[in-house]
Every structure is written in C-alpha cells, then in structure tokens.
Design a protein around this ligand. Structure first.
Ligand code: FAD
Length: 353
C-alpha cells in the first residue's frame, strides 16, 4: 500500500526544520526528505572558520534557543550540533539521504520522484536553499585559465593557497571573510564590481533582523519603509574582517578584462600571473527539482503569494531569501514564514482550496 503523505518537505536545513516544528503540531501525515548523509544541511559545507554573523540567541529556530557559543558568535560546528540536537529534540521525521529529482503534478496530488523511488503527496514545501546552486559569472577566457578555480561553497581553509597569487572575486560577506584569511598566507587581490559596502562595526545580525522585522511589519501595515543604509547584503564587520581592515588588506580593485592561460589581463594592459581564483559570487536558488512544473522564472525565482506558489497552490517555497519573505534565508528569520506556511497549508488541505 503506497503511503500518500499530506505534506512532503524537501530539505532539512533551517527552513525545513522550522516547517517541521510547526507541522508536528498538526494532525497531518508528513515527512522531510534531505539529500545529505547527516544533519546540518548547507552548514555541513561551510569553511572551517565560518561563524554566524549574529549571537546564538539571535540565530535560533522556533521553540528552542541555540545554546550560547563558547566564544563570540557561533561557529559552523556549533550550528551543526544545534541542528542535529533540534531534529532529535522534536523527533522530526527526516528521511536521508534522499535526493528529490523531480516533482510532477498528478491530478490532485504531486508525484515526488526521488533516487529511492516515487512518493505521493497532497502538498509540498520546498526548502532546498541556495548552497546547492553556486553561481560563477561568465568571464572571457575562463576556460583557457590553467590555474585553480573554486567557488566559495567549496572553500574550506587558506592552507592550500599558501605563498600563491590568489584572486578573490565578489564583494559580499563570503568575499570579505575568505579574503581576511587568505590574505594572511598568500598575495591576495579582491576583485569587486563596485566599492564594497561595510556595515558600521556595531551592526551585527541583531540589527539586521530588527531592520528586517521593521520592514516586515511595515509591509503588513501596507506602508513602505525608508531603507536605512545597509541591508542583509552588506558586509558585517566580523572580528576577522576588522582585523584584515587594520592590516590594510580590504583594498579592492575593479574587474580584469579577461583570463589568459597563466592569469588575467588588467584594463591598463598588463598581464598578471595568477595561481588560483576563488569565486565568492553568491548562489542561485536550488529549484531544479521543480523544473518539471514549469513555474521557475528566467531569473530563477517563482511567482509566489507570500510563500505559496501562484501557479501551483499546493506548493510552498520556504527560506529562499527576500522574495519569499524578509530575512527568510536566515536561521532566525525563517521561523515566522514557516509558521504562516504551515497554517495556510493546513487550512488549504482541510478545506480543499
Ligand atoms: P540549506 O541550508 O541549503 O538546506 C537545504 C537542504 O536541502 C540541504 O540539506 C540540501 O542537501 C537539501 N536539498 C537541496 N536540494 C534537494 C533535493 N533536490 N532533494 C533533497 N534534498 C535537497 N544565515 C544566518 O542566519 N546567519 C548567518 O550568520 C549566516 N551566515 C552565512 C554565511 C555565508 C557565507 C553564507 C553563504 C550563508 C550564510 N547564512 C547565514 C545563510 C544561510 O547559511 C543559508 O541561507 C541557509 O543555509 C539557508 O537554509 P535553508 O534551510 O534554506 O537551506
């Protein structure tokens, strides 16, 4: 007898776990599917020194505060331990490793195709994040370049770059944090499209969440809020980034013209030998499994009302960033959207709307 789930959640990262916290309060039959071998989702792939940009209590999932970290803001391993304990604490039914390869609409249900067989569900919450979709911009001659290239999603530590000439491309938090450590062991050049914008030293994740909450409440009240300087995309002055600034290591240059076999050609016309390029150029949305539904727009997003997909009203998207809710791509920020998503989904399944 094939189980027909009321809800399948795809992804057991912060978004999927937050959805699970609220689903366990319903009478619905549900499960979470996750492609990783163990808990922690994208955080399993963070670099060794990656830390949260906000204190533990400002990085908590619904229902249970993240335990305070030994020193400063939580490390990658603190987050991994917290997510694993959270799954245990709430006995969340996570099936892993299970990779969803496609979601098909079949009458009133979804047929969720996975690498362990097909599963039927009345509704789906996709919470697959962005880490699985690293973005590298097109640069002329990139395929000619014989040096090492890797995306920040694959970066672990500065050691492999010792005494090399390294380009870091991308002016966000990843770029600044990886530059801060690579510049200590290598000759590092920071390539950014425009002058990077640093937040004030006293602005960390807390202030960013307060601002996101103010924007959320203003939007709820039908008002727009003057955007103060700095949003989630600006560079948080983590201790490692402040230390790099003190050493004058945060200078950035505008992009080179093209790659050559041995390096890059700068606008002034001189070629520079380069050993490695680290692409800190962000992420797209890991939505390939929804391509079969024909709902993914050319820019990689999906038309949603809140988190509900306009063209597939039994599908919800959780945790993909501002277009699915202010600060929804953060540990603290995703909770409010998980709560509203599960409430809306429960009503839709009960009333058949
Ligand atoms: P993920 O954590 O990516 O989890 C998605 C899960 O879904 C993964 O386990 C993946 O394996 C699984 N999956 C994907 N596709 C499939 C599929 N087809 N089938 C089955 N499973 C699938 N946020 C903060 O709150 N605070 C911070 O300080 C912070 N710092 C950051 C620093 C950096 C450098 C980066 C890149 C991000 C940072 N973030 C921070 C944001 C945060 O890490 C991510 O946005 C977060 O991981 C998103 O959570 P998620 O649950 O949406 O997705």
């Amino acid at each position: 007898m094939t189980t027909i789930y009321d809800v399948l959640v795809i992804g057991a990262g912060q978004a999927g776990l937050a959805a699970g916290y609220y689903l366990r309060r319903t009478e619905l039959c549900w499960a979470i599917l996750d492609a990783e071998d163990g808990p922690g989702a994208a955080w399993r792939h963070g670099w060794d020194t990656l830390r949260l940009f906000s204190p533990a209590q400002w990085s908590s999932l619904p229902g249970w505060s993240m335990p305070p970290s030994s020193a400063g803001t939580p490390t990658r391993d603190d987050v991994l331990a917290y997510f694993a304990a959270y799954e245990q604490r709430y006995q969340l039914p996570v099936e892993r490793p299970v990779r969803v390869t496609a979601v098909h609409r079949v009458g009133e249900q979804f047929r969720v195709e996975t690498d362990r067989g097909d599963i039927l569900a009345r509704a789906v919450i996709s919470a697959t994040g962005t880490w699985g979709k690293p973005l590298i911009p097109a640069y002329p001659g990139r395929e000619l370049f014989r040096g090492v290239q890797l995306h920040s999603a694959a970066y672990r530590s500065p050691n492999p770059f010792r005494d090399q000439v390294v380009l870091l491309v991308g002016g966000g938090n990843s770029g600044a944090q990886i530059l801060a450590e690579v510049s200590q062991v290598a000759e590092a050049f920071w390539v950014t499209l425009k002058e990077p914008r640093f937040l004030p030293d006293d602005v960390d994740g807390r202030v960013l969440f307060q601002r996101a909450t103010e924007r959320f409440l203003a939007r709820q009240a039908g008002q727009t809020l003057e955007e103060p300087a700095g949003g989630l995309g600006d560079i948080v002055m983590m201790p490692s980034v402040r230390e790099a600034r003190a050493r004058g290591a945060l200078e950035s240059v505008r992009p080179f013209i093209r790659f050559t076999e041995a390096g890059v050609l700068w606008p002034e016309g001189h070629e520079m030998r380069v050993d490695a390029v680290i692409w800190c150029t962000g992420f797209g949305y890991a939505l390939d499994h929804l391509a079969t539904l024909g709902i993914v727009e050319p820019d990689g997003t999906v038309a949603v009302q809140g988190t509900r997909v306009v063209r597939e009203p039994r599908l919800w998207l959780l945790g993909y960033g501002e277009w699915t809710g202010e600060a929804s791509a953060t540990i603290l920020g995703v909770g409010r959207y998980a709560r509203s998503t599960v409430a809306e989904l429960a009503v839709a399944l009960r009333s058949g709307t």
